[in-house]
Design a protein around this ligand. Structure first.
Ligand code: OGA
Ligand code: MN
Length: 291
């Protein structure tokens, strides 16, 4: 069966069928890579990859970013290592709830992520979808006044900031694994290192903007986010077990949708590191260049 690449009705995303990712040859990989640059979110229904197969596919995109010591593919789940569901107000549940805010992965790290691969293992009866928003199409649709206004602006991205907004207070230096150096500073407009297309680079971790008051920064970021995350720039994945999606963190935002937390949900996530030349924060470039 030939590989079929079917664009969604939105400005981003394509559903790819007729391919077994577990047995990917180089020719098919090159087609997938080209589609990745064009559509930014690729949906592969019912692949049922093992963790090793998912890791092998993710590695096609680049080096793996380690999120949990010793693990290259990590569970994103409300079920703990001991098999119980997390308590409503536990630290881990608060982190999961954080994923329900629009974000781009690792923007709060000195080196932000290139891409992420996510697969569904246990799905809930309702809710628990994942959504993506096209930050390229959002930039393209901005009026020229707004483009001029944001052209030279940058925002600090911090996990402490985004979790605090949800009422999840974590003290800096508490050892919870958030990056606790100076928050990375990132321009609001990011040019894609491969396609050159400009995209808004925002999301829930973005907070203060040098040169703007805190309230003014918050209002601007909220406005840009609301503008970005609406049709036709939105794609929603209703997961079936075995589905796998890969997205480009350099130009799309994503979020989880809520579900009944008394039901188990298990997803597996593999994150691909950004490139030092293009994903280093402005205030960490010197470090990135020397390491
Ligand atoms: C992620 C993420 C959303 C979800 O894997 O990075 O934000 O729907 N997941 O679980
Ligand atoms: Mn995420």
């Amino acid at each position: 069966m030939p590989m079929t690449i079917q664009p969604t009705d939105a400005t981003l995303g394509a559903v790819i069928t007729g391919i077994e990712l577990a047995a990917l040859n180089d020719a098919s990989w090159h087609e997938i890579e080209a589609a990745f640059h064009e559509y930014a979110v690729l949906i592969f229904p019912r692949q049922h990859l093992s963790h090793e197969e998912q890791l092998a596919f993710a590695t096609r995109f680049g080096e793996i970013e380690i999120l949990v010591e010793g693990l290259k593919t990590v569970p994103i789940s409300n079920k703990s290592e001991t098999g119980d569901l997390f308590e409503e107000n536990s630290h881990r549940m608060q982190l999961l709830r954080g994923n329900e805010g629009w974000h781009t992965d690792s923007s709060y790290m000195p080196l932000s992520a290139k891409a992420s691969v996510l697969s569904a293992h246990v799905v809930t009866r309702a809710g628990g979808q994942t959504e993506w928003a096209d930050a390229r199409a959002a930039y393209a649709a901005l009026d020229s006044k707004t483009r001029d206004r944001i052209a030279d602006l940058a925002a600090y991205h911090s996990y402490f900031y985004s979790q605090a907004k949800l009422g999840h207070a974590v003290a800096v230096g508490s050892g919870y694994g958030f990056f606790d150096g100076e928050p990375p500073l990132r321009p609001l407009v990011k040019h894609h290192p491969v396609t050159g297309r400009p995209a808004l680079y925002i999301g829930r971790h973005a907070g203060k903007i040098p040169g703007l008051g805190d309230e003014e920064a918050e209002t601007l970021l909220n406005e840009l986010l609301a503008f970005t995350c609406q049709p036709p720039r939105l794609f929603t994945q209703v997961w079936q077990p075995g589905d796998l999606v890969v997205w480009d963190n350099r130009c799309v935002l994503h979020r989880a949708r809520p579900y009944d937390y008394r039901e188990e949900r298990v997803m597996m996530h593999t994150r691909i590191r950004g490139e030092r030349a293009s994903e280093s924060a402005t205030n960490y470039r010197a470090i990135a260049a020397s390491s």
